[in-house]
Write a protein that binds this ligand. Structure first.
Ligand SMILES: [Zn+2]
Length: 328
């Protein structure tokens, strides 16, 4: 007689099955003969995109100052790439600040959009991992001052000495309270090294920012993994800030999510609002810069969840109360 599966085994099997289905769906995606011929075609397209961008100045939207919202609300502002500003009645939180126009020789398609007065008002910075597009020393120097910085394990040495009031390493499961927010670090599936010759085994985290307005989950950099379901069950995020780019060639999905992965993660989390991040600034994968959003919109339309998708332009803000959002 077969042994009954424990709930734990059952859960693991479900997640493995879902990951396999996602792999299968990615392989089934229609590709032009040009794309499927060889990886070389994709890398040539990447080089063409990067070269074209070098000659094109980034679009530079005019930043608008974001006021602290009233009680029970949180303002979510997309600054660009993985930089998001969360403004509560008493706190101003910034994720993975990247404010420059270049990254490893790649020029930005759209500049970071953050009002200088808001930048000066930031009092808590969340760093998801030590990759150079997420932990950028030049951007951090611009923000240095009284703000506190939360970093994953074994990353504080990179930030110490930049002039911040406080640098705190937060391992998954640990929390930090500041003004009217409580930040809890959560696991991520991402290789977090600073570079090829960084042997420090640096950590990588996501963060849940709890406030009276909503629980906002910033996933950082991550591949699809079983943790989303657990994060949803334990920490109940209302808003999920999920990365959706850097998925071509497919090997990049070991560390990153495609829009299809992100929608599955959103479902696992049980969140109410999906705000995509990490796209549109730098060509970090071989996919065209505009592909992630187009694909994401298509998937959300097919699944009837377009109403839960909030695509924010650079510098655009939505006000959130629980799972309800309105454009500011
Ligand atoms: Zn990364």
């Amino acid at each position: 007689m077969p042994m009954p599966l424990s709930a734990d085994h059952d859960w693991q099997r479900r997640v493995i099955e879902r990951a396999k289905e996602l792999d299968h769906e990615h392989r089934r995606r229609p590709r032009s003969p040009w794309q499927s011929a060889v990886g070389l075609a994709l890398s040539l397209r990447f080089l063409r995109t990067a070269a074209r961008q070098l000659l094109t100045a980034p679009r530079r939207p005019e930043p608008r100052q974001v006021e602290h919202p009233g009680p029970g609300q949180i303002a979510v502002t997309f600054v660009g790439h993985a930089t998001v500003m969360l403004t509560t009645p008493l706190a101003r939180v910034l994720t993975d600040p990247y404010l420059g126009d270049f990254f490893l020789g790649l020029r930005r398609a759209e500049a970071a959009c953050l009002h200088p007065n808001d930048a000066a008002d930031v009092n808590l910075i969340l760093i998801s991992h030590a990759h150079r597009d997420r932990l950028d020393l030049a951007s951090l120097r611009r923000l240095a001052g009284r703000a506190a910085v939360l970093v994953p394990p074994r990353c504080s040495s990179l930030v110490d000495g930049l002039g911040f009031g406080r640098v705190v390493e937060l391992a998954p499961g640990q929390s930090f309270e500041f003004a009217d927010v409580e930040v809890t670090a959560v696991a991520a599936r991402h290789e977090g090294g600073r570079g090829l010759f960084d042997w420090a085994w640096r950590g990588a985290c996501g963060y849940i920012v709890r406030s009276a307005g909503a629980n906002v989950y910033f996933a950082g950099g991550t591949a699809y993994f079983s943790g989303f379901e657990e994060i949803g069950r334990r920490l109940h995020p209302d808003v999920a800030l999920l990365p959706v780019a850097g998925y071509e060639p497919p090997a990049l999905r070991e560390n990153n999510m495609s829009p299809l992965d992100a929608v599955q993660a959103f479902t696992d989390l049980g969140a109410k609002l999906l705000v995509p991040v990490g796209y549109g600034s730098f060509p970090l994968g071989y996919e065209p810069l505009d592909q992630p959003l187009a694909w994401l919109r298509q998937i959300c339309a097919e699944r009837g969840i377009l109403g839960q998708l909030a695509v924010l332009g650079h510098g655009e803000t939505c006000l959130v109360r629980g799972g309800e959002s309105t454009r500011a």
